[in-house]
Design a protein around this ligand. Sequence first.
Ligand SMILES: Cc1cc2nc3c(=O)[nH]c(=O)nc-3n(C[C@H](O)[C@H](O)[C@H](O)COP(=O)(O)OP(=O)(O)OC[C@H]3O[C@@H](n4cnc5c(N)ncnc54)[C@H](O)[C@@H]3O)c2cc1C
Length: 365
Amino acid sequence: MSDPMRVLIAGGGVAALEAVLALRALAGDRVAVELLAPGTQFPHRPESVRSPFSGEPAPQISFDRVPITHHRGALAAVAADRREARTTDGGRLSYDRLIVATGARSVEAVHGATLFRGPVSAGAVEGALRDAKGRVVFALPAESAWALPIYELALLAAHERRGGPELMVVTHEPRPLDIFGRTASDAVARLLDRAGIEFLGDTVADSVLGDAVVTHDGRLITADAVIALPRPEPRAIAGLPEGFLEIDEHARVVGVPGVFAAGDGTAGPIKQGGLATQQADAAAERIAAEAGAGNDPRPYRPVLRGLLLTGEAPLYMRKDLTGDDALARPLRYAPPQTSRSPLWWPDEKIVGRYLSGYIAGGRAA
Ligand SMILES: Cc1cc2nc3c(=O)[nH]c(=O)nc-3n(C[C@H](O)[C@H](O)[C@H](O)COP(=O)(O)OP(=O)(O)OC[C@H]3O[C@@H](n4cnc5c(N)ncnc54)[C@H](O)[C@@H]3O)c2cc1C
């Protein structure tokens, strides 16, 4: 057999780990996979919504159970014409194919609010909730890339602090968790209602001024704590297009030969772990085919799966995002589904063809 194809994966999170697992499964020895990342474990961010209430940190997910060559460092630049990656400490790594899976930065979107970015924010949110006596507002900014955690925080707060402050969700969405469609949205609305959480839709929280939230249309909503999700910002990597990376249906970065991208660093309104793994799979399938694995690479067809923590039984929601194009692709369209029983297995919050089983296996170990 000829030399294996050198695949460099930059990033050490959800998309990177799914790409590693998919390449091993699909291409085996036809590829030599190397990882360029600051570390080989990352926090299970979706689980971090529990931390302000449990006091427990989110579990870590580790690459330790997959043999890979790890270059400790970070991607600074790409010289695509030479198929070379440059690291922030001046190193150079050559590759045949590069997968950029470096995620996005989370920045403040509602000025003055307590920002919930995942594990690092648990203490601040716990403190804000503990001190609040009157009303707590959970704000979803318009530029937010993934809405679920704001509903989870509100529902878990209602569950854990019965008889506590009033709770209100303020969101640009017209209906709760609108991205999952009408049935899911109605189910979430009922959950909010039963938990006594007020829902204020079509409203964009702009900033916090004293003990009030100022909305884009100039209204003031009194609140003694405001918890908000961030908005994502792209990471700058020299040699690649600016901003979030545009990819085609095989996750190839548009206009940059040999470079693929997956995850929160790619363009698109929804940034979510499940979509990140599906992009990573599309990249891995294409690379495996180019390495001679003989597979027929399937394109990226996003399916959104959300497991909403409620404090009681979770709510499972699934929506085929290609459904918007249902008339053009009737056979691919699956109607949205909503259920209190698992709609996928293992019933992980981050769903990936390879990653879900890997995470579940890690829990069992
Ligand atoms: C509170 C919260 C709850 C969430 N809930 C869910 C959920 O229920 N379900 C779901 O599917 N998704 C959920 N998400 C979203 C999910 O966590 C992200 O979409 C997912 O982590 C994106 O994966 P990624 O690999 O693109 O980025 P990340 O997981 O952020 O990983 C990026 C990695 O790249 C590394 N890196 C950064 N810069 C460089 C560089 N220059 N070179 C090399 N490495 C670099 C970072 O250290 C990091 O390890 C949630 C997110 C949050 C914050």
